[in-house]
Design a protein around this ligand. Structure first.
Ligand code: DHK
Length: 151
């Protein structure tokens, strides 16, 4: 059976396309979803692609992934830098996690250079724009095929 992977997007990613395109690119969230779905089809994965501006909803989705999905790809947006709750949820479900960011968070404001999510992530992809989502899917397929260690 084809493995299911949750692709979770945090706050303000619904604004892609209009939001600071010089930083986040010109593709919309829908473009990103299509791109990610195509990459998943190539890698033999099924994805559930979601976005929320609400921290608790993301926590609920991470918990829901347990038992349903084989892994989680997450761009937690601004919650990356603030959310102990999302980190706790990711650690609680013990699934492989690939963290992704469109921008290179290490070339930006100092507060963006720390990620709570990274503490639960097998790997992090950032700074490669929308392509990063395709790479995250490929990486997840690899992790699931090889069952490499989760952290
Ligand atoms: C997206 C956001 O919304 C920011 O809050 C993060 C991340 C970076 C991104 O690059 O995709 O700092």
């Amino acid at each position: 059976m084809t493995a299911l992977v949750y692709v979770l997007n945090g706050p303000n990613l619904n604004m892609l396309g209009v939001r600071e395109p010089e930083i986040y690119g010109s593709e919309t969230l829908d473009d990103l979803r299509l791109r990610t779905e195509k990459a998943a089809a190539r890698s033999g994965l099924n994805i559930e692609f979601r976005q929320s501006n609400i921290e608790g909803e993301i926590v609920n989705w991470v918990q829901e992934a347990r038992g349903r999905a084989k892994g989680i790809i997450i761009n937690a947006g601004g919650y990356t830098h603030t959310s102990v709750a999302i980190l706790d949820a990711l650690q609680a479900v013990s699934l492989p996690v690939v963290e992704v960011h469109l921008s290179n968070i290490f070339r930006r404001d100092e507060f963006r250079q720390h990620s709570y999510i990274s503490l639960a992530a097998t790997g992090v992809i950032c700074g490669l724009g929308a392509k990063g989502y395709e790479l995250a899917v490929e990486a997840m397929a690899d992790i699931l095929n090889k069952s490499v260690r989760k952290a």
